[in-house]
Design a protein around this ligand. Sequence first.
Ligand code: SAH
Length: 250
Amino acid sequence: MTRCVTIIGLGPGDDQQITPAASQALASATDVVGYITYVGRVAPRPGLTLHASDNRVEAERACQALDLAAAGGNVVIVSSGDPGVFAMAAAVLEVLEADPERWVDVDVSVLPGITAMLAAAARAGAPLGHDFCVINLSDNLKPWAVIEKRLKLAAEADFAMAFYNPRSKARPKGFEKTLQILNRSCGDNRLVIFARAVFTKQEQIKVVPLSAATADMADMHTVVLVGSSQTRLLSHKNRTFVYTPRAYED
Ligand code: SAH
C-alpha cells in the first residue's frame, strides 16, 4: 500500500510547462483530486479515478485526498501554476495541522511548478530581474487593510510587484484602489504588465505606463506585474522587452 499524497502544479496552461516530476507523479497516481478546471487537464486512463470539485472547497478537497490516501491510494492533488503559491499545498498542511492524528500513516509531498508570475515575466522579458514581492489582491482570506499596507510599503521600498487574483466580479473595487495607491506612490511612467491567460491559446500581454492602466485591464485570468523605478523597455529585433537590470543605478 502506498498511502501518499503528492501535491503538484500543472503550470500556467500549456502542458509543455509541466515538470517531468509532476508528469511522473500523474503517471503513477490512482486518484487525482482538484478543482474541476485543473482536473480537466489530466488525461483519463484505466486505473485512474478523477475527483473534480468546485472552487473554494479547498479544505474538503484536502480531507478527501488524505482519506483516499489513508485507504491505500497514490493520490495526486493538482493546482495550476505552483501548488505552493495561493493554492492547495498550504490548504493540505492547514488540514493536517488541525487534526494531526487522523492521517499519521499518509506520506505528504509537494512538487514545484511554474507559477503564473514567472510565466508572465518570461513572456515580457525580465521584469523581475531585481528584487520583487508578490501580493494576492483577494481579500477573501485577509482584511483589505493588510493588502493596502503591503502595497504602500512595497511601493515605498521600490520593489517590482506581482499581483495574483487582481479583480473578480465579486471584488470589482479592490484593483481600482490598488491603482490609486500606486498612482500616489509611483511615477506616471512606471511600467505595468497585464498578462492574461499566459501559455494558453487566449494569451494576451499588454504593457502600459501606470498613467494609462485602468482597472478593466485585469480579470481573474490576469497576473499583473508592476515594475520598479528601474524597470525599462528594450527594443531588439522587432520586439520590445520589459526588463529590470540586476544592478541599481540610483
Ligand atoms: N497556484 C497558481 C495561482 C493560483 S491563484 C500559480 O502558481 O500560478 C489564481 C491567480 O493566478 C489568477 O487570478 C491569476 O492572477 C493567476 N494566474 C493563474 N494562471 C494564470 C495564467 N495562465 N495567466 C495569467 N495569470 C494566471
